[in-house]
Design a protein. Structure first.
Length: 107
């Protein structure tokens, strides 16, 4: 069952904190923007980043284009690590998966 948010406990036990899917999408888009060797193709009806939350587990999927002349394997490994680390640093939520699909190249 897919949820629209992840609940985390506050350290002071004052209540719950809920992080929405859009928060994780924005963190992922920001992480992609930091990586100079890839770009995201923004289209009107197609979202380049998809986030799924199931059983309080986070899965991230994104589609990128790699700039010509860049090492695809190293670039995507670096991007995957950057997305994972930024989500953990900003939310303390550890994604169960960060999947990246290359949909083209930019010349």
């Amino acid at each position: 069952m897919s949820n629209e948010f992840i609940k985390i406990q506050s350290k002071e036990q004052l209540g719950d904190i809920a992080l929405t899917k859009s928060a994780f999408e924005l963190i992922t888009l920001h992480s992609i923007d930091e990586e100079k060797a890839v770009v995201v193709q923004h289209q009107l009806l197609v979202k380049p980043v998809s986030v799924k939350i199931s059983n309080n587990q986070l899965s991230v999927y994104c589609e990128v284009q790699v700039k010509h002349g860049k090492n695809v394997s190293k670039t995507l490994s670096s991007l995957q690590e950057r997305i994972y680390n930024n989500i953990v640093m900003m939310t303390e939520v550890k994604p169960s998966s960060v999947d990246i699909k290359v949909v083209g190249f930019v010349f």
